[in-house]
Design a protein around this ligand. Structure first.
Ligand SMILES: NC(=O)c1ccc[n+]([C@@H]2O[C@H](COP(=O)([O-])OP(=O)(O)OC[C@H]3O[C@@H](n4cnc5c(N)ncnc54)[C@H](OP(=O)(O)O)[C@@H]3O)[C@@H](O)[C@H]2O)c1
Length: 352
């Protein structure tokens, strides 16, 4: 197929850098425009592309048909809407549009049907915006999805979030070295609202939030990459360890069936050791199936690891770990765009 020209906004950030790696020699996309703030303008980046200042005019002039946005939410909100109005397909990591009623908040393994909202946007806008969730939610909702079939009712989650989750200038070294900060502004609210939307039902053009109750407590820990989460799941009936393990490790969905380039062959890896998953050992989980991933091993960091499964009556406790800037950000966004390409919603012809 002819490659689709894409722009990357926020290319110098922690998420931007992962995008550059994932888009290198991508079978569907060709990076044709890189942007950042005026501080980085005119420096060079991937394959010697010159970084442009982030303006709608620069992006439109580049001929890109789709945009990956790794901007802070305040900058992303109005710009993404402007790019949609110019007919571009916007795949955003930022929080600005995640809860808009007509914007899909997508994890392709969990709610691929919600991508239909993007097609609905095309009835009233020349382009569309598709978002991926907050980095905690990207792992949590993926693991909760197969558990919903077992009668999941309530989830209590405590997070141990890596420093990289706050971006390049996020947390001062002095505040986090040898420390744990038991608060991340706005994070617990995002976990409740975004998980509710992703696990919700799309009917009549609207998503009705899932009734599963979520009780989060978030903390920042001195870890470089990887958000660990301690989860306690309550079900409507007693559950066994084997059925939970089977539901998680046997879970596969549309990205695996379609063999999307960034899809891990097994999205949830269940570990049997008593002391896993650990960020330093497991953050890069994601089987680089040679058929799916090619020589780049694109699925690295795209699988979520689960361990220490402890069923007790109608409750099961476990830990999960995801790579926050890969599955929780750039990789999730690229997977969303790959699904949109396979649905035919990013026209190749417009590349000309
Ligand atoms: N880090 C994560 O784990 C994670 C996970 C999920 C979602 N996200 C979301 O992804 C986005 C990027 O996060 P990040 O961690 O990569 O942040 P980051 O490291 O701070 O990078 C921000 C990027 O945006 C550019 N930028 C900043 N202000 C700008 C402005 N006013 N106009 C144009 N460009 C501007 C920066 O350019 P300069 O280098 O020139 O300043 C940089 O390229 C955020 O919306 C974040 O919430 C992050």
């Amino acid at each position: 197929m002819k490659k689709i020209k894409v722009a990357l906004l926020g290319c110098t950030g922690l998420v931007g850098r992962e995008f550059i790696r994932l888009l290198d020699d991508h079978p569907y996309f060709e990076l044709s425009c890189l942007t950042a703030s005026s501080r980085s303008a005119n420096k060079t980046c991937a394959e010697a592309l010159v970084i442009r200042e982030t303006t709608a005019a620069e992006i439109i002039r580049s001929g890109a048909r789709a945009v990956f946005s790794a901007l802070p939410a305040a900058a992303a909100g109005p710009l993404e809407a402007e790019l949609r109005a110019a007919g571009l397909r916007v795949f955003s990591n930022a929080g600005a549009h995640r809860l808009d009623g007509n914007v899909p908040l997508l994890i392709p393994e969990v709610n691929p049907g919600h991508l239909e909202l993007a097609r609905q946007q095309l009835r009233t806008h020349p382009g569309f915006i598709v978002t991926n969730p907050n980095c905690v939610v990207a792992g949590l909702a993926l693991v909760l999805k197969p558990l919903t079939a077992l009668g999941l009712r309530t989830v209590t989650v405590t997070t141990f979030q890596a420093v990289s989750g706050g971006g390049r200038r996020g947390v001062a070294a002095w505040d986090i070295l040898g420390n744990v900060v038991p608060f991340i502004a706005g994070e617990e609210e995002k976990i409740v609202r975004e998980t509710g939307k992703i696990l919700g039902e799309l009917a009549g053009g609207h998503v009705a939030d899932s009734p599963i109750e979520i009780y989060p407590s978030c903390s920042r820990v001195p870890v470089r990459e990887g958000h660990l989460q301690s989860v306690s799941a309550e079900f409507v009936r007693p559950v066994g360890g084997e059925e939970i393990k089977e539901a998680l490790s046997g879970f596969a969905a549309e990205p695996q069936q379609l063999k999307l380039p960034t899809a891990p062959a097994q999205p949830i890896v269940v570990r049997g050791e008593e002391d896993r998953p650990q960020p330093s050992l497991d953050v890069q989980a994601g089987e680089p199936d040679p058929v799916v991933a090619g020589r780049h091993g694109r699925a690295r960091g795209m699988a979520v690891s689960v361990g220490r499964l402890r069923p007790r009556g109608s409750r099961c406790d476990f830990f999960l770990l995801l790579h926050n800037t890969v599955r929780g950000a750039a990789g999730g966004s690229v997977l969303n765009a790959e699904l949109a390409v396979r649905k035919g919603w990013i026209p190749e012809a417009a590349n000309d």
